[in-house]
Design a protein around this ligand. Structure first.
Ligand code: ATP
Ligand code: MG
Length: 406
């Protein structure tokens, strides 16, 4: 892509009204625009990052046997009354139709839709298990919204729901998803900082699990066991008497973290509310055991920025970067041949073909944070100056040996 054709521009100054590093950098670099508090527009660069994250997650969901659907954001009040959450869910957006006076809810999650949906198709043990996921917008009336992409009032979530014939099957699937989540967080480049964290509310075990990423921008406190490489959250630290639930280690380290994912064994909480039953092989009716598994895509993108940046800008892990290469030409037209060569080889390239000073171009390249910066100028002659965004050293290489970076 030609940088001169991007309709967005970078900003030199931090946006006013933003406190968080992720929002400041993402807005300045032209990834997102703030529409209002807690609500962001994804711009061309930002949408590319979301799509990369989305694909990494989707691949894992499909590997878990997930079938992708899309459920409505606009949801009926009565489903929320059925589960008792119309009044109990603290961040629910509620409103009424002007014409019909029908009451609606803007979906903050989809148990109230997916449970009766599955009930329409499952009647026998032969119809189970079912694994359904979607990737779409959620709405939550969050009290505070000062953490940029980490806590939005409208945000993208991947939510997976599982339906099994008994608790054992649910548990097996739950363990599979746990592994898959760890894989996703490694793939997007935050594996080292992300901890499986014990939380309250499980069923077959006493726990549910969160995936918490260490960052000072985090709003949660977790207690890390370095021996087991896991953590417990604030809700249950007292219940476990300040010790690691796996090895009993009392030396837990308190850290600030942000919850990037959550897996929860719902058991029959929602299936029984909607009367979901199936006939077993012996004809006896049984209850269905559900699990739900969420990852916030916006929050994940913001978290990556929180853990991977420096004073000059973002440092994208290659797997989620909007482009792999950023060609910076210091002489008009000098980057064109290189751009075409890389595009032909299938690489994703942003080409800074703008009329701007070298200083402006370098500052923007650092701010935008594409993994490989390729500078061409009079000085580089028939070579390219290559620098990795995460490193300070650069080296001159010939066009021919660029292939090794592909
Ligand atoms: P938190 O305690 O941080 O509010 P939650 O427990 O309400 O999170 P879940 O209901 O489990 O979150 O939602 C699943 C996932 O959706 C979370 O793990 C997180 O990644 C994401 N998420 C939740 N709320 C928000 C939000 N307001 N903005 C962006 N992402 C969110
Ligand atoms: Mg919440």
């Amino acid at each position: 892509m030609l940088q001169s054709k991007l309709f967005t521009k970078t900003q030199k100054e931090d946006p006013r009204e933003e406190e968080s590093t992720n929002a400041k950098l993402l807005i300045r670099a032209g990834y997102v625009d703030k529409t209002m508090a807690g609500v962001y527009t994804f711009l061309p660069l930002g949408w590319k990052v979301i799509k990369k994250i989305e694909e990494i997650i989707r691949r894992e969901m499909v590997a878990l046997g997930g079938e992708e659907i899309s459920m409505p954001t606009l949801q009926p009040k009565k489903n929320w009354e059925t589960t008792g959450r119309y009044d109990a869910y603290d961040t629910l957006f509620k409103f009424q139709s002007f014409f019909t006076k029908t009451d609606y809810v803007l979906g903050p999650t989809h148990e109230e839709i997916v449970s009766p949906l599955v009930g329409k198709f499952v009647s026998s043990y032969k119809d189970l298990p079912v694994r359904i996921f979607q990737i779409q917008n959620k709405f939550r009336d969050e009290k505070r919204s000062k953490s940029g992409l980490l806590r939005g009032r409208e945000f993208l979530m991947k939510d997976l729901y599982s339906f099994d014939a008994d608790p054992k099957e649910l548990e097996k699937y739950y363990e599979k998803v746990k592994k898959s989540y760890a894989k996703i967080f490694r793939a997007v480049g935050i594996g080292r900082q992300t901890y499986l964290t014990y939380a309250s509310g499980g069923t077959f075990s006493k726990y549910s699990h969160e995936f918490q990423t260490l960052t000072n921008a985090g709003e949660d406190a977790i207690y890390v066991c370095d021996k087991c490489r896991l953590a417990v959250n604030r809700e249950i630290i007292e219940d476990v008497h300040g010790a690691c639930p796996e090895c009993g280690n009392k030396n837990l380290r308190e850290e600030k973290a942000i919850e990037v994912g959550n897996i929860f064994p719902l058991k029959t909480r929602f299936s029984s509310a909607f009367g979901l039953k199936f006939a077993g092989a012996n004809g006896v009716e049984n209850e269905i055991f559900m699990g739900c598994y969420g990852i916030g895509l916006n929050r994940l993108m913001g978290t990556i920025v929180e853990v991977s940046h420096d004073e000059r800008g973002i440092i994208w892990p290659e797997a989620v970067a909007p482009f792999k290469f950023h060609i910076v030409e210091l002489k008009k037209g000098k980057g064109r041949a290189l751009y075409e060569k890389l595009i032909k080889s299938g690489a994703e390239v942003l080409y800074d073909d703008r009329d701007a000073t070298a200083g402006e171009k370098f500052a923007d390249a650092d701010l935008i944070g594409i993994p490989w910066r390729l500078v061409v100028s009079d000085k580089t002659k028939d070579k390219v100056e290559v620098r990795k965004r995460s490193e300070s050293k650069s080296k001159l290489i010939s066009y021919g040996s660029l292939g090794q970076l592909l």
